[in-house]
Design a binder for this molecule. Structure first.
Ligand SMILES: C[S@@+](CC[C@H](N)C(=O)[O-])C[C@H]1O[C@@H](n2cnc3c(N)ncnc32)[C@H](O)[C@@H]1O
Length: 186
């Protein structure tokens, strides 16, 4: 990760101790970074980018050949993601696609080995089902806010936790929130 990227993330981490900004933040960010490094992920996608915090984190955690596709429905925010990623020195690794993820996902080319789901909570399961044909075996799927929005994401949790299903899934608790990490079985 570049020094500027680290500095930008650290600045944001400090800001979110006072401001309520819905980024994944330092603790969950550490988990995401560990997962990407441990599984050697190089083809990532995130659904919901806000202004680029998680995009900088994910793209910075991957090896230099790693690539991240960001789906962001708000055109203004998408511009901020692009500009912040460029400032952080990861602009060349990040592709930003503007629009509703549910419409975009079926049209996306390529396959993915890392997913961060962090947009409309009630749609988590639909995002995943649409992505599934594009996931490689062993793909890592991280779903944010499964603690504070538990009721909204319940269908998602039931699906990824089905013992006879396609995933080995585990909840990581962070205070009153959680991140569900599911690995697509080979
Ligand atoms: C919680 S924020 C994402 C935070 C970001 N992942 C981070 O940690 O830095 C959710 C984002 O999802 C975007 N969003 C909401 N609905 C969406 C949709 N249907 N498709 C794509 N993005 C969407 C919102 O505009 C917002 O920027």
């Amino acid at each position: 990760m570049t020094k500027t990227a680290k500095r930008m993330l650290a600045l944001m981490d400090r800001a979110v101790t006072l401001w309520r900004i819905p980024v994944i933040g330092r603790a969950k960010g550490r988990l995401v970074r560990r997962l990407i490094e441990r599984h050697g992920c190089t083809r990532a996608i995130e659904i919901g980018s806000l202004f680029g915090y998680s995009a900088i984190l994910i793209s910075g955690a991957m090896r230099p050949r790693g690539r991240l596709t960001c789906l962001e429905s708000n055109a203004y925010l998408a511009k901020l993601v692009k500009s912040n990623c460029a400032t952080a020195g990861v602009g060349g690794r990040v592709k930003i696609v503007v629009g509703d993820a549910l419409r975009l996902l079926p049209l996306l080319p390529g396959r993915f080995d890392f997913v961060l789901i962090d947009a409309v909570k009630e749609d988590y399961l639909d995002y995943l089902r649409q992505l599934e044909p594009k996931l490689v075996p062993g793909a890592v799927v991280a779903a944010d806010n499964t603690g504070i929005y538990r009721r909204d994401v319940l269908p998602y949790l039931e699906y990824v936790r089905d013992p006879h299903g396609r995933y080995a899934s585990r909840e990581h608790v962070f205070g009153d929130d959680a991140m569900e990490v599911s690995i697509l079985r080979s």
